[in-house]
Structure formats: C-alpha cells, structure tokens
Design a protein around this ligand. Structure first.
Ligand SMILES: Cc1cc2nc3c(=O)[nH]c(=O)nc-3n(C[C@H](O)[C@H](O)[C@H](O)COP(=O)(O)O)c2cc1C
Length: 368
C-alpha cells in the first residue's frame, strides 16, 4: 500500500494511526504504518519527554509523529486560572447534581484529576513543542486549525512535515495557504472533534481544493476495503483513530469502558460538546444526554467546558460509573468487536485492502 507520501516518509503502508497511547503509536510504526502520538493529555513537559524517550527505544528506528492541539489564534497572557474563573457557578452546580444523581464518589483528598486536559491551551502546547523538537519526530499534526506561522516555520527548520485536520474544503484551503504540508480530511463519522460533512463527500472535495498537496482520508475507516475507498477518492493515505482503542496495547484504564466499546454499534455515538465545548463524536451516555437536556445549562465554549468537567470525568472513569462512562470514538465503533494486537489489526487491514483491489480489478475487467 504505497503512495508518494508513504515513500517520502519511508513507511510500508500508507496508514497513519492517531493514538493517545505510546505503546499503540510504537506498535503502529513497528508494523510498517505511521504512529502519531497525541500530546494533548501531557500537562508536564517531563512526562512527554519520558514517553518520547520510550518511543525512541520501541520504534526500531521507524518514523513516528506527534499531534498537538494548538489554537491558530493567539490569546496573550491568559492563564488556566483566568479560564477557571470564567466558569459560572450555575454550571458547577449542574455538574455536582448530575454526579450526585448517579452516586459518583469523590476523588481521594489531594488526588489529582487524571482527565484534566490543558494541552489545547497555547502555553501548554508550546511547552510540548519545545520538548518534541529535541526528538526525531517526522510529522507534527495539529487538530485545531493551522498551527501559528512561527510553529510551521520552526517545524520546517527541523525538517518536520506539518499536517492539520480539516472538516471542510474551506478549512483545507486555509491550511494550504498557511504552508501546511499534509491535510487530514476528517469526516463527520470520526471520533473526536468533527465537522458536519461525511468522509465520502469531504475527501474528494479536499483533494481537489488543495491539489497537489497530499491528503489523508479520516473518519469512519476501519477496514481495508474502506482504505481502498479513501485512496480511490484521491487520498494519499488514511488516518485512523478509533480503531486502535480496543487493541491490546491501548491503555484505557477501564475494563468497563473497553467492554462498552466492544458492545457498541455504529449508531451508539453522538456529536456532543459535553467533553470539550466543541462538537466531538463520542459514545452516547447519560453524561452526553445531560448536556443536551433543555432543563440543563448546556455546555460552555472551549476551553471552559473541558476545565469544568475535568474532575467529573476523572471520577466517572475511576469508579467506572457505567451509565456516564464514555470516550471519544467514531461510528466505526460498530466494527470494533474484539480485542486484538495492533499487528493483527494492521494485517487484517492490508488483507482487506488487497481483496478490495482484486474486486475492483475484476469489476474493471482486469485479472480475468
Ligand atoms: C479517543 C480519541 C481522541 C482523539 N484525540 C485527538 C487529538 O487529541 N488530536 C487530534 O488531532 N485528533 C484527535 N482525535 C481524532 C483522530 O485524530 C482522528 O482524526 C479520528 O479518530 C479519525 O476518525 P476515526 O475515529 O473514524 O478513525 C481523537 C480521536 C479519538 C477516537
């Protein structure tokens, strides 16, 4: 499964895997794909450095990338405490009432909230980049629009390619103008922050909008046949996130959550602002329902909502409170029905891809 982009990056398969888990990212790179480690959960630069050291030791010299969540617009001098202070008391009371309804226990005294995500604050993302450029990271991806121009320039000085996610052709064009090297066209079906256009429509639109820049198709891909479809639509590779969540290398810290993912069907997700304040596809739960409830206050904008719910989400995860327990995941969750290693999943993807190519060749009257 080779494309011009996979040859440029020196990988065997044009499959890019986003994951918050270093063990998954490293396994992807070792399997001939391109592992991309999500950095948004690292608050302390030392923790990121520790995991990048680990990646260095476990990728057998194969290339890998890093994904940050950096807003394109700079907001000068705003600290986490300033943002915390903007959260209305009514929203805090609502969180307390939802947790109380479900009897969710408190964290132990002094226990830090594990889910507290601050990597989408520019000051935190910049500290992550200071660490990342000390490592031979080959690709820097950004989830929230184009990274600021100085970051693109710095990446290019280090010989690092820059990718950015786009949910529309308009976003993609903006990335191209900002000097981005690769556009990830992420459809509505995808896990995490998504736009409103399905991959089948979005991929060719983005390919056309930014040609000759390479495009990766993302959203709803979980089989080799779907990879073939993405490449047929003009993508130079595919970018998968959800599928790795139920691999044996993933570390969700919750058997109950893994069981929920394995049991979920493709209709069991919702695009909701409940976790971060921006629409993100995730498992539908009583937690997401509570933020849709017209009797509730509704979600706050990013980054307020993420800070508002950080402790609550940590408590729900720690105590595995089943009705509220969720995670970002895409509609492809309907195919994630067994736990397998990254290598087994990649083998199945490549076999499915070959079958799809054979089928199309037969349809086209070749291979007879
Ligand atoms: C659990 C989870 C967390 C995600 N977090 C991020 C993130 O921090 N940064 C990012 O660029 N994309 C993130 N995404 C989106 C993925 O990069 C990817 O675009 C998406 O998963 C592709 O669609 P799929 O879920 O159908 O495979 C996340 C996806 C999932 C499932």
């Amino acid at each position: 499964m080779e494309t011009e982009l996979s040859r440029t990056l020196g990988i065997e398969h044009a499959i890019f895997g986003f994951t918050p888990f270093p063990a998954v990212a490293a396994a992807l790179s070792r399997a001939g794909c391109f592992g991309v480690l999500g950095a948004v959960r690292y608050t302390a630069p030392d923790d990121l450095a520790r995991d990048l050291d680990w990646m260095q030791e476990h990728t057998d010299g194969r290339p890998y990338g890093l994904d940050v969540v950096m807003p394109a617009k700079k907001v000068e001098g705003v600290t986490e405490a300033d943002v915390e202070a903007m959260i209305p008391e009514g929203h805090r009371a609502y969180v307390r009432s939802v947790l109380a309804q479900h009897g969710v226990p408190e964290l132990a005294e002094g226990e830090a909230s594990g889910w507290r995500i601050t990597g989408w604050m520019e000051e935190v993302a910049r500290r992550q980049l200071d660490v990342a450029f000390d490592y031979p990271v080959k690709l820097l991806a950004n989830a929230l629009g184009s990274p600021p121009p100085d970051v693109v320039a710095r990446a290019h000085e280090h010989g690092v390619l820059v990718a950015a996610l786009a949910g529309s052709a308009r976003h993609a064009r903006r990335h191209a103008e900002a000097g981005i090297d690769i556009v990830v066209a992420q459809g509505y079906e995808a896990g995490g922050h998504t736009g409103e256009i399905a991959s089948m429509v979005l991929t060719p639109e983005v390919v056309e909008a930014v040609s000759p820049l390479p495009v990766l198709a993302a959203g709803g891909i979980g089989s080799g046949e779907q990879i073939a479809a993405g490449l047929a639509l003009g993508a130079q590779g595919v970018w998968l996130g959800s599928l790795w969540l139920t691999t044996t290398e993933a570390d969700l810290h919750s058997r109950a959550l893994t069981a929920k993912l394995l049991a979920a069907g493709s209709g069991d997700t919702v695009r909701s602002r409940a976790l971060t304040g921006k629409p993100a596809r995730q498992l539908r739960t009583e937690w997401t329902d509570a933020w849709e409830d017209p009797a509730g206050p509704g979600p706050l904008p990013m980054p307020l909502q993420g800070l508002l719910v950080a402790e609550a989400v940590s408590r729900i995860q720690k105590y595995e409170v089943d009705p509220l327990l969720g995670t970002p995941v895409g509609q492809i969750v309907g195919r994630m029905n067994s736990e397998r290693s990254v290598r087994q999943v990649v083998d199945e993807l490549t076999r499915g891809f070959e079958k799809a190519v054979d089928r199309i060749n037969r349809v086209a009257g070749r291979n007879r």
